[in-house]
Ligand binder design. Structure first.
Ligand code: CTP
Length: 477
């Protein structure tokens, strides 16, 4: 006798599941919830806001009938080519698809393929843990259909493909990135067979759109310990296809007994460190890219040794090219990453040189609103294994932070607004826009940053008059 499959009706408390099951019953067909929803329920993770439903037959028909029975007239988006339909209800999106015999075609431009059984469909999904289905039909409500032992792989924390991984990955090469992403997010191991298939097929990633790759990359970067993913990406050969700038940081060179640190591994330590303090994706990006300028600027210079002069500037230029290549937004997020890379050595230099008020004022002026993020990045950048030095650097930064607070409370240069405007200068001397206006404004700003005058109207006004006189301008107001 075949034992009854385990039942998880408790996963299906949202009334929409019963409604889908009843609708499928009326159509004399079968419907299942499948994929991430089932996996996350069994792992007791947060239940996702998007749900995937497989119908035996037409997913589009089922979606339309379900939508017709739902209150509030939800919209149904039909993707005829893919054979899928999306029903959006408040707080929940349900994607319907008909079971397929061949590859999972969700992202392919090719039209949907031949109808199949549930098992056919499960076989062509990415991982066994994502191929488990719960029945929605009334008689079998909540029964787990798990022909490829996803439950046992879930318990052993292993990512295994339901069929030969060479087939799984050539059906959709993005799945190689997904393997690394799930390994990082869930703390699972990639099975030996799947791992070997990634090593063999990594070149196929080139046919995948940059946007889809970046989506996975973001999920890796937002994991608690992103280095797990990046090291896997590098070892399997995937990383070189989208972030060769990081690979260029790999290795240690030695000349005349002098070595520099391996900036590749250092980078991932920094990313792991920063992940403990921030969930800001872009600050994590800044950590990932903070040293990319070191590869093109590396030089051995007698008698100093290894130098990376100007790597922050070169690195910030590389950020633009990299974002552009990966089709990432070239907006204020990118500018923020550029700014972090550009300023990434400033607090360190400052703490080494002794913390003067004017250096702190300049740093606050240059970093503006992002000064805290910059300090977080610099603290994450401390990866020395020497406990004394580790302590010393952290103490120094604590001092810098304190000084930043003191100086800012007094001088307010974080959101610097010139205390005399260009209009005021023109009015005072009865002149139009000209070089002298810029010169006066600049000199006042510099004087404030150097602490020669306070950041106040009266002092700035007096200085403006003196500067005007020197430039041969006549006060008319
Ligand atoms: N799937 C697949 N191959 C892909 C993408 C998805 O086989 N390249 C299948 C898997 O069964 C997956 C389901 O489609 O579980 C839903 O995909 P998606 O919503 O992208 O991912 P989830 O598994 O739900 O996980 P997450 O929400 O964390 O991305």
């Amino acid at each position: 006798m075949i034992p009854n499959p385990p039942t998880y009706a408790s996963a299906l408390q949202n009334p929409i599941f019963k409604l889908i099951g009843q609708t499928a019953d009326n159509m004399e067909t079968e419907a299942y919830v499948i994929g991430g929803f089932v996996r996350d329920y069994l792992m007791q993770r947060n239940t996702p806001k998007d749900i995937d439903v497989v119908a035996i037959g037409s997913g589009i028909d089922l979606a339309q009938r379900v939508a017709a029975r739902l209150s509030g007239n939800p919209s149904v988006q039909v993707f005829k080519n893919f054979g899928t339909a999306m029903v959006k209800t408040p707080g929940l999106e349900v994607e319907f698809v008909g079971a397929r015999k061949e590859s999972y075609q969700r992202h392919s431009r090719k039209p949907a393929v031949e109808n199949g059984s549930l098992k056919d469909d499960q076989l062509r999904r990415d991982f066994t843990i994502n191929a488990m289905a719960l029945s929605l039909n009334e008689k079998t409500f909540g029964q787990l259909l798990d022909p490829f032992n996803g439950l046992s792989d879930l318990e052993s924390k292993i990512l295994r493909t339901p069929t030969n991984p060479n087939i799984t990955f050539s059906d959709d090469p993005l799945r190689m990135m997904r393997a690394v992403r799930f390994a990082t997010q869930l703390g699972f191991k990639i099975s030996e067979e799947a791992y070997a298939a990634i090593e063999q097929n990594h070149n196929r990633l080139d046919i995948i759109s940059r946007e889809r790759i970046v989506d996975e990359l973001h999920k890796i970067l937002l994991s608690p310990k992103p280095s797990v993913g990046f090291l896997l990406l590098e070892k399997t050969g995937l990383l070189q296809h989208f972030l060769p700038e990081l690979i260029a940081l790999k290795g240690i060179e030695e000349i005349e007994g002098q070595r520099h640190k391996d900036n590749f591994y250092h980078t991932f330590e920094v990313v792991d460190n920063i992940a403990k303090y921030t969930d800001d994706l872009w600050l994590r990006w800044a950590a990932l890219l903070h040293d990319i300028g070191k590869a093109p600027t590396k030089k051995f210079q007698e008698p100093i040794g290894w130098t990376f002069h100007g790597h922050e500037f070169v690195g910030s230029k590389m950020v633009y090219k990299l974002f552009k290549r990966l089709k990432m937004p070239l907006n204020e997020k990118m500018k923020f990453v550029q700014k972090m890379v550009l300023l990434s050595s400033r607090p360190i230099a400052l703490s080494n040189d002794g913390v003067t008020d004017s250096a702190v004022r300049r740093l606050i002026f240059d970093a503006g609103e992002d000064i805290d993020s910059l300090m977080t990045l610099c603290e994450a950048d401390i990866t020395t294994k020497n406990p004394n030095r580790f302590q010393k650097y952290h103490d120094n930064f604590r001092m810098v932070r304190q000084k930043i607070e003191e100086v800012e409370a007094r001088d307010h240069v974080r959101n610097f607004q010139p205390p005399v405007s260009g209009e005021q200068i023109m009015e005072t001397f009865g002149i139009g826009p000209c070089r002298e206006v810029g010169q006066i404004k600049d000199a006042i700003k510099e004087a404030i940053l150097d602490g020669k005058i306070p950041n106040e109207n009266q002092a700035a006004h007096e200085m403006m008059l003196k500067l005007g006189e020197k430039l041969g301008l006549q006060k008319v107001h």
